[in-house]
Design a protein around this ligand. Structure first.
Ligand SMILES: *[C@@H]1O[C@H](CO)[C@@H](O)[C@H](O)[C@H]1NC(C)=O
Ligand SMILES: *[C@@H]1O[C@H](CO)[C@@H](O)[C@H](O)[C@H]1NC(C)=O
Ligand SMILES: *[C@@H]1O[C@H](CO)[C@@H](O)[C@H](O)[C@H]1NC(C)=O
Ligand SMILES: *[C@@H]1O[C@H](CO)[C@@H](O)[C@H](O)[C@H]1NC(C)=O
Ligand SMILES: *[C@@H]1O[C@H](CO)[C@@H](O)[C@H](O)[C@H]1NC(C)=O
Length: 499
């Protein structure tokens, strides 16, 4: 368990009866995709085509009536040039500072803007400033920053990312639901392979960053359950599989949607959950809107299991054996790395099967083990190798990605349908190598084909990108905590919520 600053008094009991009602869709409040979540040059950043397509997709889950609503021209115009941005901004954003008169005149009608509308106006303004920043394809951000200025090809668009990051710091507010009892809620594992789940939940509970106690001020709502802890407490091997866990999640969403009006308002689109457990995705399937609408922050980011990179967030697996990162970060220069490629790990899943079958004990350059020889330390092997192999195991994510980046070994991704973390901002091609599963037999040829010059470039960029994956006891700007929040922020920018 993670240490928390103050013990919490649990505030609710979850009713255990579930009756999954056919959900009635109330008002038209839905979700409009406004900006593409990729901060990069290779896709147009704002894509109205795709946003409309996405909206149509979403509307398929709505009843006929709502589709009629959505297709009205007026709501179409709503997407095109965020009316909130053009008509509200000049007034309301300044208005927010002064307590008086939230009302503005538009077309002779006096309208009181709701908190939600002002919040959407602020988001619209952020969106357009990011859009503007994305026009600058220079490799270096032109924004000032006391800590770090993003630059170079590791970013899809350094300037847009930096602008977006700064906007997030200025505006983003997260509400954490207080319902739910320890230990399955409000805490999680802070060591082991699932530590990124517990660390994140703990940091949100501490509330030093982005958290607001006023739900009306929030841009997203966090459902603070830990699937890893639920598995510890609820999972009965064999018999019922995930059922008790999925049911607990469904009950929780039920409670939250009864007590607060926010879930129903967006059908979950401005809500997020986070899990590093293999079963994280499956547990969300007990609540269709959680699965289909909410932002799911998952280690198991398997697109063939419904992971949707335009609304879900890929969370890195970080294996903190002792809970500390001291000693894990850094490594020798390329000339002191005699081994071409290294992997050690159990035979989990078919990709590893192929890898071990092909390379185990075959070649001194490609050192692949299911069990490291006695006396050989895993960490020292990472630091002695130029490339570190990161094949999927039973699930797509691998802690090796972060281990490689920490030890300054160029990661080699071998997976199917995996969306690597932070790929909304980072250009993985610039600092890693991807090898298709079918090319496992050619692994050595592929890696030998990378020239020394190319390798040094990759190596330098791995060192540069490291800061974004570092997990700090107290988060530091641009570290993994803030980067995950940034990924959530980008997904939130994609939707427009209306009352
Ligand atoms: C809002 O302000 C901008 C400049 O800040 C101006 O160009 C625009 O006309 C204003 N819009 C309205 C509706 O007043
Ligand atoms: C790109 O950078 C160069 C040199 O710093 C600068 O002269 C140029 O104006 C920049 N381009 C844009 C679009 O900002
Ligand atoms: C949200 O909707 C559900 C049914 O869809 C309903 O039972 C619940 O009372 C609603 N919540 C609020 C706060 O109105
Ligand atoms: C998500 O939406 C799709 C299409 O509307 C539907 O077929 C699917 O069952 C939904 N997923 C879940 C977990 O309910
Ligand atoms: C991803 O999901 C598909 C579909 O469930 C599954 O067949 C595949 O094995 C998964 N990938 C990994 C590496 O677990």
């Amino acid at each position: 368990m993670c240490p928390t600053n103050k013990p919490r008094s649990a505030s609710s009991n979850l009713p255990y009866s579930i009756s999954i009602l056919v959900f009635l869709l109330l008002t038209l409040l839905f979700v409009i995709s406004l900006v593409d979540v990729t901060l990069g040059p290779d896709r147009s950043w704002i894509s109205f085509q795709s946003s409309w397509a996405r909206r149509v997709d979403l509307s398929q889950s709505l009843s006929g009536d709502e589709i009629g609503e959505l297709e009205r021209p007026s709501s179409l115009i709503g997407i095109a040039e965020a009316p909130l941005a053009s008509s509200l901004l000049n007034n309301t954003l300044e208005e927010q500072q002064s307590p008086k008169s939230p009302a503005v005149a538009t077309g002779g009608v006096i309208k009181m803007y709701t908190k939600l509308e002002r919040l959407e106006a602020a988001l619209a303004k952020a969106r357009s400033s990011i859009r503007e920043a994305s026009q600058n394809n220079n490799m270096t951000s032109i924004h000032q920053d006391p800590d770090y200025v993003p630059q170079g090809p590791i970013y899809r668009n350094a300037n847009a990312f930096h602008r977006s990051y700064l906007e997030m710091e200025k505006l983003f507010k997260i509400y954490v639901y207080e319902e739910g009892e320890l230990p399955m809620f409000h805490t999680g594992p802070c060591t082991s392979i699932y530590s990124s789940e517990g660390r994140f939940i703990m940091e949100m509970e501490r509330g030093n960053f982005y958290r607001t106690k006023d739900p009306d001020e929030a841009m997203v709502y966090f459902l603070p359950f830990s699937v890893v802890t639920m598995v510890q407490y609820l999972y009965v091997p064999g018999a019922h599989e995930y059922h008790a866990i999925g049911r607990t999640v469904a009950d929780y969403v039920d409670v939250v949607s009864q007590r607060h009006r926010f879930w129903n308002r967006s059908l979950g689109a401005d809500h997020f959950m986070l899990s590093c457990h293999d079963w994280g995705p499956h547990t969300t399937s007990y609540v269709p809107n959680l699965f289909n609408n909410s932002i799911r922050v998952l280690c198991n980011a398997n697109t063939t299991e419904g992971f949707n990179p335009s609304k879900d967030v890929s969370l890195p697996e970080i294996n903190l054996k002792t809970g500390e990162i001291t000693g894990l970060i850094g490594g020798p220069s390329p000339s002191k790395r005699p081994i071409l490629a290294f992997f050690a790990g159990r035979l989990h899943g078919h990709i590893r099967y192929l890898l071990l079958e092909q390379w185990k004990e075959k070649d001194q350059d490609v050192q692949v083990y299911d069990n490291l020889p006695n006396g050989v330390s895993y960490e020292s092997m990472l630091k002695k190798s130029r490339f570190c192999l990161c094949p999927s195991g039973y699930e797509v994510a691998s802690p090796r990605l972060v281990e490689a980046i920490y030890s300054e070994c160029v990661p080699v991704l071998i997976s199917d349908g995996y969306v690597p973390p932070l790929s909304d901002v980072l250009n993985w091609k610039a600092f890693s190598v991807t090898v298709a599963v079918k090319d496992i037999p050619n692994l050595k040829t592929i890696l030998m084909g990378i020239s020394q010059r190319q390798y040094l470039r990759l190596y330098r960029r791995v060192k540069q990108v490291q800061r974004h994956f570092v997990i700090n006891g107290t988060p530091k700007r641009f570290d993994i905590f803030h980067m995950i929040i940034h990924s959530i922020w980008l997904r939130r920018l994609n939707v427009l919520i209306q009352d």
